[in-house]
Ligand binder design. Structure first.
Ligand code: SF4
Ligand code: ZN
Length: 310
């Protein structure tokens, strides 16, 4: 029987990249400790911060809420959970009910905003237009989600929003930017970057933790799992990048960790030079790369389509 390297208890999980075996309790503590270290290293939150936690209701975001709740007193922070209802029939309702369950159990204020109330259409209605678009459903949805989170953050009075992006998400995004030839976006991945033109700071406390470990933490903490996936989740290139990185990791343990370090080096040394300055959108005043922001551009196209159909 394998034993925990920290307390000698019954082994639960072995980190292949380090060979360390931990029991359930020590494994859970290691996830909290890693998150705490990442947050300190990049000064993600400060004492007195009111922190918005983006909670989709999926396992990663529930795990994030649980971890941040456990360390909120040490960090001197106050939490508000923020959920965005995209309006996908049969999918998001379950996740939001998981988010409601955990926030009420932990006694955390919970704000839910929907695409319908913010933009005038649900994702289901907007994606009817999908066939004519060049962007994937998730890229389209992501543009509105980021804006919805900004709006929710303003409503909740928070200046920093924590999202549950993990190490796998981070290196996939890095690779996706390279594969799209989009080096100008690399600068936005800098975990220490702050831009006063953006209304809220985004932080990723799980960015140095493998997705597999977050999933295991959620499972061992008894957090609820979603039974349905989003019907629009056909991520194309991202799925291929994910499979490729998983394959590399399976053959060479620790490879994703190495890629994270290399990404951070590239971003720190090159990112600020590549980051384009943002200018206010000519319609809504939010940051854009010039003219209309992505939200206003895409919203106009959806409205045109809905009016045309109607
Ligand atoms: Fe939006 Fe994609 Fe998530 Fe579905 S899977 S809610 S389309 S980002
Ligand atoms: Zn705009």
């Amino acid at each position: 029987m394998s034993v925990c390297a920290k307390c000698g208890g019954k082994g639960f999980y072995t980190r292949r990249y380090s060979g360390e075996t931990l029991c359930v309790g020590c494994f859970g503590e290691s996830i909290v400790e890693k998150s705490r270290r990442t947050m300190a290293k990049y000064r993600m939150v400060r004492r007195g911060d009111r922190v918005g936690v983006a909670v989709s209701g999926g396992k990663d975001s529930l795990a994030l809420l649980k971890v941040l709740h456990g360390i909120r007193q040490d960090q001197g922070t106050e939490l508000v959970a923020i959920s965005v209802d995209e309006g996908v029939a049969g999918y998001r309702d379950e996740a939001i009910s998981h988010a409601r369950g955990l926030t009420s159990e932990l006694g955390i204020e919970h704000l839910v905003l929907s695409y319908k109330e913010l933009f005038g259409f649900t994702l289901d209605e907007a994606l009817d237009w999908k066939e004519d678009r060049e962007v994937s459903s998730c890229s389209f949805c992501g543009v509105f989600r980021r804006r919805a989170i900004d709006e929710a953050a303003a409503k909740a009075g928070v200046s920093v929003v924590a999202t549950a992006h993990n190490l796998d998400d981070y290196v996939q995004t890095f690779m996706m930017n390279l594969l799209h030839g989009d080096v100008s976006r690399l600068g936005w991945l800098d975990p220490a970057y702050e831009d006063d033109s953006f209304p809220v700071r985004r932080v990723k406390p799980f960015m140095e933790i493998y997705e597999e470990e977050i999933a295991l933490f959620a499972y061992s903490s008894g957090l609820p799992l979603q039974s349905v996936s989003c019907p629009y989740m056909h991520e194309g290139l991202r799925s291929e990048v994910r499979d490729w990185l998983d394959e590399l990791e399976a053959g060479h343990s620790g490879m994703k960790n190495v890629l994270l370090r290399s990404s951070l080096d590239v971003i720190t040394n090159y990112g600020s030079a590549s980051r384009k300055a943002s200018v206010p959108c000519s319609n809504c005043g939010n940051p854009s790369s010039g003219g209309l922001c992505n939200v206003c551009r895409m919203k106009a196209a959806v409205e045109q389509h809905i009016n045309y159909r109607g």
